[in-house]
Design a protein around this ligand. Structure first.
Ligand SMILES: N[C@@H](CCC(=O)NCCCC(=O)O)C(=O)O
Length: 257
């Protein structure tokens, strides 16, 4: 049997200040191939180029990657401010609709950082544009200096709901994670179950209530050292298992709570 195909929902970026590319980080592709055991297929997330229906036919699951651009606040009913920074409206159009469709059908997705925020917005939640300015919150942004290893160094713990899906996956109620984001969840969507928080109250791990398929999503970046990191590996393995079930036609039954 061929490996399941994972659509890696990538970002539009500009190389050398002039050449636009659709891309996805190499770390994501490696994690999907080497840990999830699936084929990583980087998707140019733009509704002018492809449709959600086409993607769902070609792929067995989706990785909603991190990305510098923020989900446009219009998508959750807020005004644009300077704090909202840059946007990728084409990715918004694909990613948000894709999440809603997968929640209905049970096709698996795994949201990371911007992807985690997309899952919340797609399900009716809102975001704060700059969480470090909120009382009692720490700075979760990527450090500006140092190499990649420094950027992805663990920065805080995440505490999980006892007995929840994440606590069961890890066999632990607390893990240590990296942190490379400026935005964060303000109000979770009605079906968003936040199962993990940083000590400053920032939402870090979620799932969608009553969704039949894999919906676990995280605010941190498990693609860093995914093969050897004990916090990253179980997530990518579980996501790969869900994609293999989908590819084999084993459709998840509707799940409650
Ligand atoms: N823009 C959002 C999401 C942050 C995120 O996904 N960070 C990864 C950055 C990857 C890159 O720079 O391409 C936020 O800031 O909260």
């Amino acid at each position: 049997m061929t490996r399941p195909v994972i659509g890696i929902i990538g970002n539009l970026s500009i190389v050398g200040d002039r050449y636009p590319i659709h891309g996805g980080g190499q770390l994501n592709s490696e994690a999907i191939s080497q840990v999830s055991g699936c084929i990583p297929l980087v998707v140019p997330a733009d509704p002018e180029l492809l449709s959600i229906e086409e993607l769902c036919e070609i792929c067995d699951g989706f990785l909603l990657t991190g990305g510098r651009a923020n989900v446009h606040p219009e998508e959750y009913g807020h005004e644009v401010t300077e704090k909202h920074g840059e946007f990728d409206r084409a990715r918004d159009a694909i990613a948000l609709g894709l999440v809603r469709r997968c929640v209905e059908t049970g096709q698996p997705f795994f949201g990371i950082c911007r992807g985690f925020q997309e899952v919340n917005v797609a399900m009716g939640g809102t975001l704060d544009p700059e969480i470090r300015e909120l009382p009692g919150r720490q700075n979760h942004r990527m450090p500006r200096d140092g190499d990649l290893a420094h950027s992805f160094t663990n920065r805080h713990i995440v505490r999980f709901t006892p007995g929840g899906h994440f606590a069961q996956l890890y066999g632990a109620e607390e893990v240590e994670t990296n942190s490379l984001h400026g935005q964060g969840i303000r109000e979770p969507g009605p079906r968003i179950v936040v199962e993990g928080y940083a000590p400053d109250g920032t939402a870090e791990a979620l799932r969608v209530r009553d969704a039949p398929g894999f919906t676990l999503s995280v605010q941190w970046h498990p693609e860093w050292r995914a093969a050897e990191d004990p916090v990253s590996r179980p997530l990518f393995e579980a996501f790969g298992d869900a994609a293999r079930d989908w590819a084999a036609g084993r459709r998840p039954a509707a799940r409650v709570a």
